[in-house]
Ligand binder design. Structure first.
Ligand SMILES: NC(=O)c1ccc[n+]([C@@H]2O[C@H](COP(=O)([O-])OP(=O)(O)OC[C@H]3O[C@@H](n4cnc5c(N)ncnc54)[C@H](OP(=O)(O)O)[C@@H]3O)[C@@H](O)[C@H]2O)c1
Length: 283
């Protein structure tokens, strides 16, 4: 347990302020989706505090640009790049194999990448794209790296979420099947290539909310709080906003619905087992 008193954090707190007295030397952190937005600042601030940061993106050129920009700010050279397209389970498998082949520990896994409102699009595996990229790709990545996370304990898993979770349109009174069908919509009949412009364990599993009104330095603060703050080290399974526990703001009727959690878990496992059985290897 960290003995100092937790400072007062609020919506304007920046990622580097959260990490002010934190030394991340010796920690290895994998983060998805750092070519833009909040992921970019998350990677930067963790790297500036000494972490070995592995950035997992589909665009290698943009990843190299980010790495080189961060290197201009520090003499510390500890950023690695892994190619990952969450739109493809084969790519997720390939990325996790590459990670494991390096022999790195995994102290923190941050699931940040995502797409917002890609209407009627499908992943390479034929799933509706918001479900496929934001959930299933990350689910599979975590599944493949879970042993490494456990081995590397104390470790943390941070899942970036949104205030918008409360506006899913799913009625808590709906049947389990109806809820599941909303979470896993049918894919479109014709596949359309998904692009970003289409715009939606001694460990911690943290669900981070990110408001729309912050700059990137502020937007990344809650993620790095969950990933690296000593004040969060003994907490698990909570929902956070503005670097504070925000369980009171969580839409608990759905988010804490254990039957729905179990059903989503089982379906996700079923999908990745199906993928593994079919042994799809093309990227
Ligand atoms: N923007 C908001 O206000 C807001 C609010 C609440 C929650 N969120 C969530 O927070 C997370 C980050 O948001 P942001 O605002 O920083 O988003 P952003 O600026 O759009 O960046 C999203 C990141 O995800 C990556 N990504 C998208 N599809 C991918 C794929 N198939 N494989 C690998 N990486 C992929 C993007 O890479 P590319 O450069 O290759 O596209 C980019 O690096 C997302 O999960 C988003 O849903 C955002």
């Amino acid at each position: 347990m960290y003995n100092n008193k937790k400072p007062k954090y609020c919506g304007s707190t920046t990622a580097l302020k959260v990490l002010k007295d934190v030394d991340l030397t010796g920690k290895t952190i994998l983060i998805t989706g750092t070519t833009a937005g909040i992921g970019r600042e998350t990677a930067r601030s963790l790297a500036l505090k000494g972490a070995h940061v592995v950035i997992a993106n589909r665009n290698v050129n943009l990843s190299e640009e980010l790495r080189d920009e961060i290197y201009k700010e520090t003499s510390y050279r500890k950023i690695d790049i892994i190619q990952l397209d969450l739109n493809s389970l084969a790519s997720v498998k390939h990325a996790s194999e590459e990670y494991l082949s390096k022999g790195w520990p995994l102290n923190v896994l941050i699931l940040n990448a995502g797409v917002n409102k890609p209407p009627n699009r499908a992943t390479k595996d034929g799933y509706e794209s918001t479900f496929g990229v934001n959930h299933l790709g990350h689910f599979y990545l975590t599944y493949l790296l879970m042993n490494k996370l456990r081995e590397s304990a104390p470790s943390r898993l941070v899942v970036v979420s949104s205030d918008l979770h409360s506006r899913s349109g799913i009625k808590p009174s709906a049947s389990l099947d109806e809820k599941l069908n909303k979470l896993i919509p049918n894919p479109p009949e014709e596949d359309i290539a998904l692009g970003r412009g289409s715009q939606t364990f001694t460990s911690i599993v943290a669900f981070v909310s990110k408001p729309f009104t912050k700059n990137f330095e502020q937007g990344a603060a809650t993620t790095v709080y969950c990933a690296a703050s000593p004040f969060a080290e003994n907490e698990s399974g909570r929902y956070y906003a503005d670097c504070n526990d925000a369980e009171k703001d969580l839409h608990k009727a759905l988010a804490r619905d254990e039957s729905l959690q179990d059903a989503l878990w089982s379906k996700s496992l079923e999908f990745i087992k199906k993928f593994e059985r079919n042994n799809v290897t093309h990227l």
